[in-house]
Design a protein around this ligand. Structure first.
Ligand SMILES: [Zn+2]
Ligand SMILES: [Zn+2]
Length: 348
């Protein structure tokens, strides 16, 4: 193995460089992996544009990742060189109240690789073994790199406890919305009504399991809910668009006493009708990242064929073309779901 490796470094917004650094040595409880694929998501795009509120430069990106184990530290009993893995990018303290009560995704000092700590966009990466999850043989490395965003959707789906047989709505069919539609169906929801303002995205939503799709630029949302579910409307509405318009659609058209789950990240202070929220005694719930059990479920659902990740792969770029990947995304906003970086071009 080489002594040095190439590492991506965004020195300032819209400027991606590469540097040569030593290959890290795994600590006693760490795993050294050879990176295969990295996915780019909406948060990465905010970093690229300089609009991510919690990231400073320079930063090495990469938090959606698949890899192969190269070496393991002496205290790692169950992971072996050659195994195929993905990584949970959350870095947490382990000592605060949420951490000590199993909710490390809500750590008071939470950091995420690729944003507040060094990300995985390098040829090799050393990581704590507790953050490593094995991939079954049935998953490609490209699918492995999409387990992180899928886990966001799986965690969000499970924030509604009575999913079996539920009538659901997903507002917004970006990558997380599309993954959420599939997760809801895979976890037992009876129906999904999906909305967006892009027919391209809605076509994919329909292909991947939405029972009804509605372009709310052309059709009335209130009528669409009644047409699908009748006067009882939906049991739960997932807001995946992050806009006042969709949040207000959710509140104004919810069945009294039903649930709204906020999945999207709002870029600004929301302006919504809290009086109506109260008047309808709606349960407003939220969802933040994921925990290990969500990774386990996400991997299982893909392995069982219940969730399809292939149709979300919009384009692949070579590691050296990281910058071009962002330019492609900027030029193809509406049609782009997931862009992957082939850090190791020999793998699928
Ligand atoms: Zn992401
Ligand atoms: Zn903590």
């Amino acid at each position: 193995m080489k002594d040095t490796m190439i590492q991506q470094l965004m020195t300032e917004p819209k400027k991606i460089t590469f540097r040569e650094v030593p290959v890290p040595k795994p600590g006693p409880d760490q795993v050294l992996v050879k990176i295969k694929k990295i996915g780019i998501c909406g948060s990465d795009i905010h970093v690229f544009h300089g609009t991510h509120p919690y990231t400073s430069y320079p930063v090495t990106q990469g938090h959606e990742v698949s890899a192969q184990v190269e070496a393991v530290g002496e205290y790692v009993p169950d992971i072996k060189p050659g195994e195929r893995v993905t990584i949970e990018p959350q870095v947490f303290c382990g000592r605060c109240y949420p951490c000590l009560h199993g909710k490390y995704n809500l750590c008071e000092k939470l950091k995420v690789m690729g944003f507040q700590t060094t990300g995985t966009a390098s040829e090799y990466f050393a990581v704590d073994s507790s953050k490593v999850t094995k991939l079954p043989d049935g998953l490609t490395y490209s699918e492995g790199a999409m387990i992180e965003p899928l886990s966001v959707a799986v965690h969000a789906a499970k924030r509604f406890p009575d999913l079996k047989g539920a009538n659901t709505v997903v507002l917004g069919c970006g990558p997380i919305g599309i993954l959420l539609i599939q997760s809801l169906k895979a976890l037992g929801a009876a129906h999904v009504l999906a909305t967006d303002i892009s027919d391209t995205r809605l076509a994919l939503a329909k292909e991947l399991g939405a029972d009804w799709v509605v372009n709310t630029m052309k059709e009335d949302y209130a009528k669409a809910v009644l047409d699908a579910y009748g006067p009882d409307k939906a049991d739960v509405v997932y807001e995946c668009a992050g806009s006042d318009i969709t949040m207000d659609q959710a509140i104004q058209n919810a069945r009294k006493g039903s649930t709204i789950i906020l999945v999207a990240v709002f870029g600004k202070m929301a302006n919504v009708d809290l009086a109506k929220l109260n008047d309808s005694e709606l349960d407003l719930n939220t969802s933040m990242m994921y925990r290990h059990e969500d990774y386990v479920d996400a991997i299982r659902l893909v392995d069982e064929g219940k969730i399809k990740l292939g149709p979300l792969q919009s384009a692949h770029f070579a590691f050296a073309d990281y910058q071009k990947a962002y330019e492609y995304i900027d030029n193809n906003r509406e049609t782009t779901m997931k862009v992957l970086i082939d850090v190791d071009p020999t793998e699928e």
